[in-house]
Design a protein around this ligand. Structure first.
Ligand SMILES: N[C@@H](CCC(=O)N[C@@H](CS)C(=O)NCC(=O)O)C(=O)O
Length: 197
């Protein structure tokens, strides 16, 4: 299957890690979303990556849906099935994704808006969301077991992306960086999926 994506995207990294855990091969087509390329918008009308193209040519997006799809393909190797564990893992994923969403809006504010039009009250609000989300993830680390799940994928890809884009922020969350170090030490193959430029 083909994944439209970019090496720097945390959402793409999450899907690549999920595919590795599910033992599903994906070939990645590099996409620059900035130009709204037709190759992407014809697959995902929202113009966002990641977008998966199945063997039958069907499109699947967004990253949470793609991961659910890979999980089903693999006989549930990624997402816990009991109600309580499912709720914990998916809520964990949701908070990690929400942190990315908030920080990406800050990144786009700088990338796409001229300086005189930037709104610092609004980016401060997004930063507070991200900081509360990161604190929440730190408080819930105990919910993550040794077996990698969608929650591990979401957290590892988020932290890898923050290291790339907002490295200073990680100094505020040493328990999260310690978790990432231990996670990659235990799962060295998954380090290949870390976001990079
Ligand atoms: N909820 C989506 C978010 C995807 C997303 O925001 N992707 C970014 C790249 S990391 C993107 O495509 N941005 C381009 C745009 O928003 O136009 C998911 O989980 O897949």
């Amino acid at each position: 299957m083909r994944l439209l994506g970019s090496s720097a995207s945390p959402f793409v990294a999450k899907v690549r890690m999920a595919a590795a855990i599910c033992d599903i091969e994906l070939s990645v087509d590099a996409i620059d979303t900035g130009n709204e390329p037709e190759a992407l918008t014809s697959v995902n009308p929202l113009g966002k990556i990641p977008a998966l193209v199945t063997e039958d040519g069907d499109a699947v997006f967004d990253s949470a849906v793609i991961c659910e799809y890979l999980d089903r393909m693999s006989g549930n190797q990624l997402i816990p099935q009991t109600l309580v564990e499912y709720r914990k893992a998916k809520t964990f994923e949701s908070v990690a994704s929400g942190v990315v969403d908030a920080l990406i809006l800050c990144l786009y504010e700088v990338r796409f808006r001229p300086e005189e039009k930037r709104h610092s009250d609004w980016t401060d609000r997004q930063t507070r969301k991200a900081d509360r989300g990161l604190a929440w993830l730190g408080e819930h680390l105990g919910e993550l077991g040794d077996q990698p799940t969608i929650a591990h994928c979401a957290l590892a890809s988020l932290l890898g992306w923050i290291e790339l884009r907002y490295a200073d922020k990680l100094n505020e969350f040493p328990t999260l960086t310690a978790w990432a170090d231990a996670f990659y030490a235990a799962n060295p193959k998954l380090a290949e999926t870390k976001p990079h430029l």
